[in-house]
Design a protein around this ligand. Structure first.
Ligand code: TEU
Length: 544
């Protein structure tokens, strides 16, 4: 890709451990990605984003970095990464790296020194605190369960970990910490990386360490100095170099996200937020079982679409990532073959016609489903295993816990990419590190390439349309018939042109609301429209 506006891009997310294994050890690797670059080019995306491939004990599959300058041996070598970047560039594909700088692994040299010696200069790289009594310094909860402070008897102090106990939070208030982290980013820019995804970057500025009425989020989410730090990071690193960046924002607000991304503030290019993916939680609680609240989904998506557009910010848009269940199982229907295909195409179209930069998570483009694990032994994810233990301790019934995990676990998306109908779905010649769903005999890349009507062809078409029609990238958005119980309807407007999107989220045929004119040039259509009724999971996009 030459000097095209990054905003017109589509990004493909790769979770290397589950992408493609060339060594036979059951885990994916960098050579495995190189092997599939032709396929990625065929899909047509502009960027790939690699989740962390740095040296790591892998307690959180790489989000626990022990050396920012080294490649995890399991994935390959720095030469492999160099080759990947070179080969990708030859195909006009840019490469984004994941930067995890809210915390490091406790195996990182900085932490080891900080932990070993109270007087080490590295001590202030992290948050070590005393407590006045026998309780931890605050009652904040770790996002992976339990209190967020870990006690060290040797010094009678605690350190802060908002995630796993092996992921210690870095102290961004220490200017030395910021400096060494900017060095890391600059190293990767020098290496030839084209963009960055910043992990939980809105948690870097901790406010006061006080007890919370809730779980502590209010003290560190979009914290007091976060915008100063991001602006400073931008100026010291990627700011003037034309790199695309996306910040992962946990529990954030529209106002903050406008600030993070409005170009004149010089912070980041775009942001992920997760509000639209909490529409199957009960009272905001992930470990619960609930159906999709369709009205809530539409309301949240539209609120963000309108708010960010009006504020001059930029959204990254997505249904899936390595932390979320598969969207076709979650908001579509994977219980039968026509329904899986229809609903996956509908969901893809609805998302890609929204305003913002779309992300496709590996396997989403062929409609991969949740694996339907029914035994705790099948799970690998630290968050899921912690949740299991905690729910057990709270005396939840085994079956109820497994149902929750089945619906919400991050492992739902971490099963290997299904390449072929052959052994281990063509992912590995060894034993896969996590089970592969049994439907790989039908749902696989090879079959999707052969089938002209596949979900994969829909994704390719959506990407091509985006590259061709500026309205998809730049157009404003107008929500319509928001009260409708089954249909998601909106228009995009740009330079005197309008596109109408009508999508049916139910599996039944639905009457088009009176007063809605579906005339014009059909740009996309899946499912039929007969007698002003749209097929179950049908979707239509017309230029008017
Ligand atoms: O995730 C941050 C995060 O808070 C969530 O997406 C989280 O995994 C989920 O809400 C738990 O319910 C990022 C990474 O994407 C994730 O894989 C890491 O585990 C986490 O940061 C820590 O680095």
């Amino acid at each position: 890709m030459s000097q095209k506006d990054w905003r017109k891009s589509v990004v493909y997310q790769i979770y290397p451990k589950s992408f493609n294994d060339t060594t036979g050890n059951g885990e994916g690797d960098l050579q495995g990605i190189i092997e599939k670059l032709d396929y990625i080019q065929y899909l047509g995306v502009d960027y790939i984003w690699l989740t962390p491939v740095y040296e790591s004990p892998m307690n959180d599959n790489g989000y626990d970095i022990s050396n920012y300058y080294k490649i995890n041996e399991q994935f390959g070598t720095i030469e492999d990464l160099e080759m990947l970047v070179t080969e990708a560039h030859k195909k006009d594909i840019k490469v984004m790296m994941d930067i995890v700088i809210n915390h490091t692994s406790t195996e990182h040299e900085w932490f080891k020194q900080a932990y070993a010696d109270k007087h080490s200069p590295y001590r202030d790289y992290y948050f070590f605190r005393k407590s006045a009594d026998t309780e931890p310094p605050t009652n904040w909860e770790s996002k992976f369960g339990g209190n967020a402070w870990k006690y060290d008897a040797k010094t009678d102090e605690y350190y802060l970990h908002l995630f796993d106990v092996t992921q210690a939070d870095l102290n961004w208030d220490n200017p030395e910490v910021r400096r060494v982290l900017y060095d890391v980013i600059n190293y990767w820019i020098g290496f030839g990386i084209d963009g960055f995804r910043f992990d939980v970057i809105n948690l870097i500025s901790k406010g006061e360490f006080k007890n919370s009425e809730k779980i502590g989020k209010e003290f560190y989410t979009d914290g007091p100095r976060v915008h100063d730090y991001l602006h400073e990071m931008n100026r010291h690193t990627f700011g003037d170099k034309g790199l695309m960046t996306v910040g992962e924002m946990s529990s954030t607000t529209i106002d903050h996200c406008i600030k993070y991304t409005a170009p004149d503030r010089q912070e980041l290019s775009s942001v992920f937020n997760f509000h639209h993916l909490k529409v199957d939680y009960v009272d905001g609680e992930k470990w619960s079982n609930a159906k999709l609240d369709f009205h809530k989904l539409k309301d949240i998506l539209m609120e963000w679409q309108l708010g960010i557009y009006e504020g001059g910010g930029w959204n990254a848009i997505f249904w899936c990532n390595h932390d979320q269940p598969r969207v076709v199982t979650r908001f579509g229907d994977d219980t039968s073959e026509p329904l899986r295909k229809q609903s996956a195409k509908m969901l893809a179209t609805v998302l890609h016609m929204l305003q913002g930069t779309p992300y496709i998570y590996q396997g989403e483009e062929i409609g991969m489903t949740d694996p339907g694990f029914d035994d705790i032994k099948q799970y690998r994810d630290v968050e899921s295993l912690n949740a299991y233990d905690n729910l057990k301790a709270a005396e939840y019934d085994e079956q109820e816990i497994l149902t929750m995990l089945g619906q919400k676990s991050r492992d739902n998306s971490r099963t290997p990419v299904q390449w072929t109908a052959g052994e281990n779905a063509g992912f590995t010649s060894g034993t896969p590190w996590i089970d592969i769903p049994s439907n790989f005999d039908k749902i696989n890349v090879e079959a999707a390439i052969e089938d002209e009507q596949s979900i994969l062809q829909t994704y390719r078409h959506l990407i091509q349309l985006r590259h061709k029609h500026d309205i998809i990238t730049y157009g404003s958005i107008e929500p319509l018939f928001m009260d409708h119980n089954e249909l998601f309807i909106y228009k995009r407007h740009y330079n005197g042109e309008s596109w109408l999107v009508v999508a049916n989220f139910s599996k039944e045929r639905v009457e088009i609301p009176e007063g809605l004119e579906i005339n014009g040039q059909v740009m996309i259509q899946h499912g039929q429209m007969i007698d002003s009724q749209i097929d179950g999971f049908g979707v239509i996009v017309v230029a008017q």
